[in-house]
Design a protein around this ligand. Structure first.
Ligand SMILES: [Zn+2]
Length: 115
């Protein structure tokens, strides 16, 4: 399921789009539907899109990959909206000070660790 609809939001038409702009755009386009569907149903869509991304990474061309990255980010953002998480704030808190593991801006964690 592709999330796409006409929008009057200028950021959708061209130019720079921050993560906050994108989260606002998704909220304005879909929030009532997303809240009605709920976290569980929305999470299912996210996972379906993650599967489609896997397929595009394996077999798709660059445009297919772009489309699937956009869909995964849209559904991830949707879930954040439903539960009231500000993604910009979340990302800034976790990664704004560098790697959460070692605190550096070029990760120095050992290769056995996740980062
Ligand atoms: Zn690190």
């Amino acid at each position: 399921m592709t999330k796409k609809e006409g929008s009057t939001n200028e950021t959708a038409a061209g130019g720079e789009m921050t993560l906050a702009d994108f989260q606002r755009l998704i909220r304005e386009m879909y929030l009532p539907k997303d809240v009605a569907r709920g976290v569980d149903g929305t999470f299912m869509w996210l996972i379906e899109e993650v599967g489609e991304l896997a397929g595009a990474l394996r077999d798709g061309n660059h445009e297919d990959q772009e489309n699937e990255f956009a869909d995964v980010l849209a559904w991830l953002t949707t879930i954040a909206n439903v539960v009231g998480v500000d993604l910009t704030e979340a990302v800034r808190k976790k990664y704004g000070g560098g790697c959460p593991g070692c605190g550096r801006f070029v990760c120095q964690c050992s290769d056995s660790g996740k980062p």
